[in-house]
Design a protein around this ligand. Sequence first.
Ligand SMILES: [Zn+2]
Length: 204
Amino acid sequence: MSYPAPLEALIDAFERFPGIGRRSAERMAFFVLRDPKTRELPGLLRDALERTLRCRVCGNVGASAPCSLCADERRDARRVLVVEEPRDVEAVERSGVHQGRYFVLMGALNPATGHDERSLNLDALIERAARGEYDEVILGTDPDAEGEATATLVLRALEKSGARVRVTRLARGLPAGSALEYLHRGILEDAMNGRVELRMRKPD
Ligand SMILES: [Zn+2]
């Protein structure tokens, strides 16, 4: 037996969400049918899509472009923290351990999900580093396998560009396999203060 086509389409749509399998997608779709409040969802979706802007400078989401962090003159524009997701920016901002700028890659390398180099927002960072806009690029990708692979990718791209910049990685004291967004202030502070400089290889 199959569901009516519109319901099936909704289940398919939910199933595309990260971490949502067929059964969860079905539960979500039936919840939509049952709960009168979900009638507000189309409007909420439209608002989020239309009124959330991507910052041209850092790739982060915001209500303005450039975002409030890039527009803030008091922040150190020559020190940039590279993170995977906008929610990492939120976590670091809550902790108050970084007063520089951010650069949001919008993901990490992940062969399982097909996330490769081309799907990351990397070019603008490398171009700016090559133009000498930064004194320091801090690699703040997650301390898991994907995050490490992504940090290495950024380092290699910086090397290839010939950028003359200090590249650092957040300290290894971070719990392995964790995600930046879940770390509390003390751990983030230690990771920032104990960040290590990575050696750049000379471009061939
Ligand atoms: Zn920005």
